[in-house]
Design a protein around this ligand. Structure first.
Ligand SMILES: Nc1ncnc2c1ncn2[C@@H]1O[C@H](COP(=O)(O)OP(=O)(O)OP(=O)(O)O)[C@@H](O)[C@H]1O
Length: 605
């Protein structure tokens, strides 16, 4: 569970600089107080009242140094000089010695933490993405990073220095009249204490709101990605209604709980502050009339305490803003604390050259058992030997564990029992990144990145020669598609480019996989969603690959796997039949039944 400490740690690399810049800003805030003090003393000079002892001594020193008599003119000159120093001379130094760093630190930390968030996105286990949609994740990262960035300059550059200023004012007043200082201190502690207590409650509501907002954003993002289904089922009105209800709920929390709470707090603060200013005015007046403080000190005390109370409002506004952002910042840290996948070790290190591993493609599953949840086994005691360059098909009912077997081979998950060997080596002992680079998978849904078709083809191997790209496209039968694109290989596809059909995307996926020259090539239901003609093209492409490398094909349509060297039939997480097409038909088991069903045109699952 993330907390305030994580927010502090966000800026950890910059703590030294942070302390320096906060201290510098605070010193400038305190130096400011010299102005009302000097004005008070000028009043004393003009009304012929005695000056403070340290000031009298300073004026005498100046008189000695310049050999000039101590008189009204010299006193005024020294006081004016003091004001000049703390206003005009100070002005050009403050932005560089203090203010600069507040944004500098915030922006550097933003870069670091955004990078951490991207690292987390890249290393989270796949199942995290099954449970959280992109809108939710992107929203959480964007809000978290933005709120940290805005909050730092406000807290380090304004709130903390302002608190020091308030403390400085207390010290000044203490030297003039300690009773007024005590009253001033008590009022501050009471106001700030009460404000913090109220804010705690409001943070709780803000946290609730943040969760609601994430839910709304997540649904909006789902509507966008599933818009075809929404339109097909004509559920626009229903979706709108559902989002309206969510937005209404958010408004209720914002308006009646949060906003009203802040306005109430503000009303209370203003009234108490004005009452305190008035009380201090009364008391200081009494002290002045009684002759216990000078006219200059009367003016100074009033000016300083008004300055201090004036600071209370921005301090509590800043605390309020911080409170509003607190939960989204904490939720950002909760995201960063999500455990990375078991496969994440070393994934972010720069890849070594492709030649680190080279396999013949002999794959062996030895007594492999696995379950996503311990109590529900998905694969049980799988034993399977795939010889180099063989084509092996995995078939079986939906949910029988075909994709899971491939996920284990890709090391997205680790078996609970048994081991998977490649060329006799346990894949757990290999560097995961370099190992995966020797495998390639073509999914049912091929991802297309925004960019040219050539960029997409070279995604896994940017240094590949153009001849190799062309060769891969020829095998995958993508060349015929590219010929008809307006700019050939340089046609922009993806989000802002030409839309590729399902079959065209599949061919792109196959060519992209071939370009990395994998030792093991996997097709995960690559033809399931295609029309007959596209399926035939892909099958021809797959056929021309047969015998060139180890190939694993997951298929629902048995026509795709007829020519495989081995067909492995899975049922409820167990291998129940192994053989080639003819052998399995002769065997008369599940494969035979599935085959008969498909021959009669019925669906498999
Ligand atoms: N991330 C996951 N978390 C929990 N259970 C999962 C997860 N992925 C799959 N399963 C479960 O594991 C079982 C096997 O799923 P798997 O996807 O391997 O089957 P499959 O044979 O590939 O099915 P299909 O042909 O429909 O793709 C199913 O019961 C499925 O619900």
């Amino acid at each position: 569970m993330a907390n305030f400490r994580d927010i502090l740690n966000y800026f950890r690399p910059y703590w030294g600089l942070s302390i320096f810049s906060i201290a510098a800003t605070s010193v400038y805030e305190i130096i400011d107080l010299v102005v009302p003090y000097a004005i008070g003393q000028i009043l004393n000079v003009l009304s012929h009242q005695p000056l403070d002892k340290p000031l009298t001594a300073a004026i005498a020193t100046v008189a000695n140094a310049i050999n000039y008599p101590v008189n009204q003119l010299l006193s005024l000159g020294v006081l004016l000089g003091l004001i000049f120093l703390v206003t005009v001379v100070r002005a050009p130094t403050q932005p560089w010695l203090a203010n600069w760093f507040h944004w500098d630190i915030a922006l550097r930390a933003r870069r670091d933490q955004h990078q951490k968030a991207i690292e987390k996105i890249l290393t989270l286990p796949l199942e995290f993405y099954d449970e959280n949609n992109p809108g939710r994740i992107a929203g959480r990262v964007a809000r978290g990073v933005a709120n940290h960035t805005w909050t730092y300059p406000e807290i380090a550059g304004q709130m903390i220095p302002k608190l020091f200023r308030v403390l400085g004012i207390f010290v000044f007043i203490w030297f003039v009249e300690w009773r007024i200082a005590i009253l001033y201190l008590i009022s501050f502690v009471v106001i700030l204490g009460f404000t913090l207590r109220k804010l705690k409650r409001l943070v709780w509501h803000d946290n609730r709101l943040d969760k609601y907002s994430e839910g709304t954003e997540s649904r909006t993002s789902e509507i966008i990605s599933n818009i075809k289904t929404v339109k097909a089922f004509a559920t626009e009105a229903k979706e709108l209604e559902r989002q309206k209800v969510r937005l209404e709920r958010e408004l209720t929390v914002v308006d009646y709980r949060i906003h009203k709470g802040y306005v109430r707090l503000n009303t209370w603060q203003r009234t108490v502050i004005q009452f305190c200013v008035f009380t201090i005015l009364g008391l200081t007046l009494v002290e002045t009339v009684a002759g216990r403080i000078s006219l200059g000190h009367f003016i100074m005390t009033l000016t300083l305490s008004s300055m201090a109370y004036a600071e209370l409002e921005p301090i509590s506004v800043l605390a309020e803003i911080f409170a509003r952002r607190y939960s989204s910042m904490v939720r950002f840290h909760e995201f960063l604390q999500e455990p990375s996948g078991v496969d994440a070790v070393g994934l972010l290190e720069k890849g070594q050259p492709d030649s680190v591993y080279q396999f013949t493609g002999k794959v062996e599953f030895s007594h492999v058992s696995f379950g996503y949840e311990p109590q529900r086994p998905v694969l049980q005691d799988i034993n399977l030997l795939i010889e180099p360059y063989q084509t092996v098909a995995l078939v079986g009912r939906s949910g029988s564990g075909k994709s899971t077997l491939v996920k284990l081979l890709l090391r997205y998950f680790e078996p609970n029992q048994g081991q998977i060997l490649i060329d006799g080596q346990d894949i757990r002992t290999l560097d995961v990144g370099n190992y995966r680079r020797r495998l390639a998978i073509v999914h049912q849904e091929v991802d297309v990145f925004n960019g040219t078709i050539l960029d997409n083809l070279k995604y896994g191997r940017p240094d590949v020669s153009f001849d190799q790209v062309e060769e891969a496209c020829r095998i995958a039968r993508l060349d015929e598609v590219i010929q008809h694109l307006p700019q050939g290989y340089y046609t922009v596809v993806g989000e802002r480019g030409v839309r590729l059909s399902g079959g065209q995307r599949q061919r792109l996926g196959i060519a992209r996989a071939l370009i990395v020259e994998p030792d093991v090539l996997i097709f995960d239901e690559a033809t399931s969603s295609l029309d007959y003609e596209s399926e035939r093209s892909i099958q021809l492409a797959m056929r021309s690959l047969q015998g060139t490398r180890t190939t694993i094909v997951i298929a629902h349509r048995l026509s795709t796997v007829r020519e495989a060297d081995q067909i492995v039939v899975l049922d409820q997480g167990k291998i129940i039949e192994v053989g080639n097409h003819e052998e399995l038909l002769r065997h008369g088991g599940i494969y035979h039944r599935l085959h008969a069903l498909q021959e009669t045109g019925e669906l498999l699952s």
